[in-house]
Ligand binder design. Structure first.
Ligand SMILES: CC(C)(COP(=O)(O)OP(=O)(O)OC[C@H]1O[C@@H](n2cnc3c(N)ncnc32)[C@H](O)[C@@H]1OP(=O)(O)O)[C@@H](O)C(=O)NCCC(=O)NCCS
Length: 160
């Protein structure tokens, strides 16, 4: 039996959502492909373990495309990340989206592994795009995971 549950975000979760995004991404703003989202106002799913929040995913549906805008597992290697992706995939299929996609950055090797293991393909490297992103979100650090300079947006997709 799974040790966690996944449910859609509710209004009562918003304060928590804002604090998780602030803590993990420097603010609740998310930037991808030159577009800024107020990610704490987007729809999403929360994973909970015994009523305690353990993961968050937010998304945005635009026509036939569904973008995963943020993803955080707070208790890793228990299937929470995978379950959150499945939840968004379900919504995207119901909305008749043809593409589920996301942007990560070149330093996020763990995420690159995670997404590819979950059926996503690398479809583009937007070289030096993060410099433009920083104009919209100055809190993006210069150096990321494992001391790697954060430079490129990497676009991954799953065709639905
Ligand atoms: C990337 C991230 C979302 C993965 O979340 P997660 O909850 O650890 O994901 P899962 O547990 O579903 O999968 C991770 C691994 O644990 C394994 N796993 C799942 N359940 C398990 C269990 N019960 N016991 C042991 N391993 C398990 C999975 O098989 C997977 O391994 P694999 O990559 O070899 O297939 C998480 O590391 C994270 O939040 N990172 C920081 C934020 C981030 O980078 N977000 C993505 C931005 S694009």
């Amino acid at each position: 039996m799974k040790s966690f549950q996944v449910r859609p975000l509710a209004e009562g979760d918003r304060t928590w959502v804002t604090s998780v995004l602030n803590e993990h991404w420097g603010s609740a703003r998310s930037v991808s492909r030159g577009r800024v989202y107020q990610a704490d106002e987007l729809p999403g799913f929360i994973a909970v373990i015994k009523d305690k929040p353990a993961g968050l995913i937010t998304y945005d549906i635009d026509g036939k495309e569904c973008e995963i805008t943020t993803m955080n597992s707070l208790v890793e290697h228990q299937g929470i990340g995978s379950a959150l992706v499945d939840a968004v995939k379900g919504v995207a299929l119901t909305a008749k989206c043809k593409r589920l996609w996301l942007i990560t950055t070149n330093d996020n090797t763990k995420a690159l592994r995670f997404w590819q293991r979950r059926g996503f393909s690398l479809v583009a490297i937007h070289r030096n795009a993060v410099a433009q992103d920083r104009l919209l979100k100055p809190e993006i650090p210069l150096i990321g995971n494992n001391g790697i300079p954060i430079r490129d947006e990497i676009e991954l997709e799953m065709v639905l």
